[in-house]
Design a protein around this ligand. Structure first.
Ligand code: ADP
Ligand code: MG
Length: 681
């Protein structure tokens, strides 16, 4: 249903929603809050710390004064208690004089600031004590916004969407919902937006997390079951070529890399088709193992394909492999690149060499599994950074010949027990060790007063030939969220560092644009990249030595860990500057965890323990993640339940033909249709 069906939503507001990826009432209903604001009991004036949001009780002792400053009317009053005082101001709202009755008591709620040594609240919300009592402990949703769209507008629109649309239907058999103690789907859909209590929020969140895992696993099982052939039609032998390649590397493989390589090698030699997950933290060196497997396939006269989530990453892998092959002057490895944005002539040439078998190490993006690609003898398919991009159904590929061996590489930290559910019956190799020669990244936590120094430092590093990243939590200015944003920051830093070539990157840019920017950064054309967390995945620019994260307090530890992993990849000393907009004590404490632990999973788990209920969803702007709500680190138990439920249903009614599974079947079909490209097999 069109957004404009909602009253108060006109074409202009519709456009703003479209910017956020919300195109109709249905998608609006699934535009979940990024966190929740809790109405806490009022605090004493002294406890209203600048930088925090709180409620204070105020007695209006004197009438509100309205001052004229230039062309603006400013209404001012002061409230005080024995512990201190706070000034309240409203711009262009002279009517406040009559709204606030002299002698009355109100609760004022808002962001506390400081002006000339005095605590201030601008445009606070106003409640009578009775009204506030009713609000107390309730949670109000906070949405990711865009300029021109306020949080209140989104709240009203979401309510409107609920009024217009038929209720979300429960698709699970009643007895499963009861047995698992799940919140009903109809309720969960509403309470994720408008929970009355924290408990309600948690239950709604848990239910939706369950749905995400459950449908994902069920879809995976369904698609997999329809695939029968499991014998390896591409028997391979061990080859000296891989040993030579290992010897020719400028470094020695870590023990963990060697172990994983032997497992991969054994798979490829085996009679059974390979289905292996190669998991290793950022920078653990997964790529070289992919190259070794590709070399082994080539030596045995077969083709292999390596699929990357972005063109930048694909190109990067391709250049690396080509260099490696060239340096060793090996004749049996012929890499070719195939991406969606290549020119028609280039593409034709690549396709031809793939079909003829001349190219035997094919690197690319999604384009690799399109119908136009005909392989001569595709024996092995490797998917890189699966959690961001998914894909690769053996089925889709097997239509082009015998089904190939599959390897998936991922940096998503997940313990073995959960991995079994999540990745189905894939075998798992874990690289649990980082190369030793790396210089550890130097960390520091600073407050914004340090920013000029940080800029100087970055300019110096760039002057010395290095590159740097600056990460902001937001894409653009957003009402109600005080955080740096990429658009304004880029403008600011271009003014401050006019000699530096600055680029910017964020999730709302087109894929093609993003790739161009990353390409320019990888080649050194861009020296300083201002970005949201979209750069989190995969890219390896060893020349980048500074990672500065603005509003570091707004990110989860797991994300900070991934971001930090973007530097310290080369031989230069690297630095990570965590700029804490506020609560620097808290971020310091959290950072200690980062220093102590090198296991991404442990970090993610501890992170959730430290976060409050309001931060349940964190800031997620990317919108392209497989799961919007579920998180493996936090929802391990939900994942387990979802896995067990799937197993039970598949045993009882694999075809979902029972009447009680009718709605489930429909839901699953819809799910598969809209997620087909992201389900890994
Ligand atoms: P990831 O596992 O995150 O994909 P990469 O494969 O991109 O990591 O490797 C990160 C960097 O480490 C690359 O520049 C790679 O050449 C280098 N590298 C890989 N293995 C080793 C090793 N054993 N010793 C030193 N450097 C290594
Ligand atoms: Mg990688």
């Amino acid at each position: 249903m069109e957004l404009t069906s909602i009253s108060h939503v006109g074409p202009k507001t519709e456009k703003l929603f479209q910017k956020l990826g919300v195109t109709d009432c249905e998608s609006l209903r699934m535009y979940y809050p990024i966190h929740y604001d809790e109405y806490l009991p009022p605090v004493a004036a002294k406890a209203a710390v600048p930088g925090s949001k709180c409620a204070v009780t105020g007695h209006i002792a004197r009438a509100v004064v309205v001052r004229q400053v230039r062309n603006m009317k400013i209404a001012v009053t002061e409230i005080s208690d024995p512990t201190g005082k706070i000034r309240l101001t409203w711009y262009n709202a002279p009517f406040m004089r009559t709204v606030l009755k002299r002698g009355a008591v109100y609760i004022f709620r808002g962001n506390v600031g400081i002006r000339g040594g005095t605590r201030v609240m601008e445009h606070p919300e106003i409640y009578t004590p009775e009204q506030y009592d009713e609000k107390l402990r309730t949670l109000s949703p906070v949405y990711a916004l865009t300029k021109g769209l306020s949080n209140n507008m989104v709240i009203k629109a979401v309510q409107g969407a609920f009024d217009l649309l038929p209720p979300v239907r429960e698709y699970l058999p009643e007895q499963i919902v009861k047995l698992l103690g799940l919140m009903d789907e109809t309720e969960a859909a509403r309470f994720i937006h408008f929970p009355r209590t924290e408990e309600e929020l948690n239950k709604a969140r848990k239910r939706l997390a369950f749905d995400e895992f459950f449908l994902f696993i069920l879809a995976m099982r369904k698609l997999k079951d329809s695939e029968e052939v499991l014998t390896n039609e591409f028997p391979m032998k061990e080859t000296w070529d891989t040993e030579e390649l290992i010897d020719a590397l400028p470094y020695r493989l870590t023990r963990a890399q060697e172990d994983a390589w032997h497992e991969i090698e054994a798979d490829l030699k085996g009679k059974k088709l390979m289905s292996r997950l190669l998991q290793g933290d950022v920078g653990s060196g997964k790529t070289i193992l992919a190259f070794l497997a590709m070399e082994m396939a080539a030596s045995n006269g077969y083709q292999s394909a390596l699929m990357a989530p972005t063109e930048v990453l694909a190109r990067q892998h391709f250049e690396k492999l080509r260099k490696l092959a060239g340096e060793r002057k090996i004749r049996n490895l012929t890499p070719v690149l195939l991406t969606g944005s290549m020119k028609a002539a280039e593409k034709r040439e690549a396709l031809f060499s793939i079909a003829s078998g001349e190219a035997n190490a094919i690197i690319g993006t999604h384009a690799l599994i399109q119908d136009s690609v005909k392989y001569k003898a595709l024996a092995l398919v490797i998917t890189d950074e699966q959690h961001r991009f998914g894909v690769c159904q053996r089925k889709a590929l097997s239509e082009k010949g015998s089904p190939p061996n599959m390897m998936v590489m991922s940096a998503t930290p997940i313990p073995r027990t959960l991995g079994v559910i999540y990745y189905g019956d894939m075998d798992v190799s874990i690289i649990d060790e980082l190369p030793k020669e790396r210089l550890p990244v130097k960390n520091c936590v600073v407050d914004p007063s340090y920013r000029p120094k940080a800029f100087d430092f970055i300019a110096k590093q760039i002057g010395g030939g290095r590159q740097a990243y600056i990460i902001c939590p937001m894409i653009e200015e957003s009402e109600g969220l005080e955080a740096e944003n990429v658009l304004d920051y880029t403008k600011k830093i271009r003014r401050q560092l006019p000699d530096v070539r600055v680029g910017m990157l964020h999730g709302r840019m087109k894929a093609r644009e993003k790739d161009e920017i990353m390409e320019a950064f990888a080649s050194g054309d861009i020296q300083l990249l201002v970005s949201t967390t979209v750069i989190e995945v995969g890219v390896d620019v060893p020349n980048a030595t500074v990672m500065m994260i603005e509003n570091a307090e707004r990110f989860g530890l797991a994300t900070l860990h991934q971001l930090r992993g973007r530097v310290g990849r080369g031989s230069f000393q690297s630095y990570c500057i965590f700029m804490a907009g506020q609560e620097s004590e808290d971020i310091k404490k959290r950072l200690d965890i980062l220093k102590e632990s090198h296991s991404g999973f442990e970090i993610a788990e501890k992170d959730f323990e430290m976060r409050g209920p309001g931060d349940l969803l964190g800031i997620r702007q990317s919108g392209d993640a497989m799961f919007k709500i579920a998180d493996i680190a936090r929802d391990g138990d939900v994942l387990k339940t979802a896995g067990e439920t799937t197993a039970a249903i598949m045993e009882e009614d694999p075809g979902l033909i029972d009447e009680e599974h009718e709605l489930l079947k429909k839901k699953l079909e819809e799910y598969i249709a809209s997620n087909e490209r992201s389900i890994v097999l």
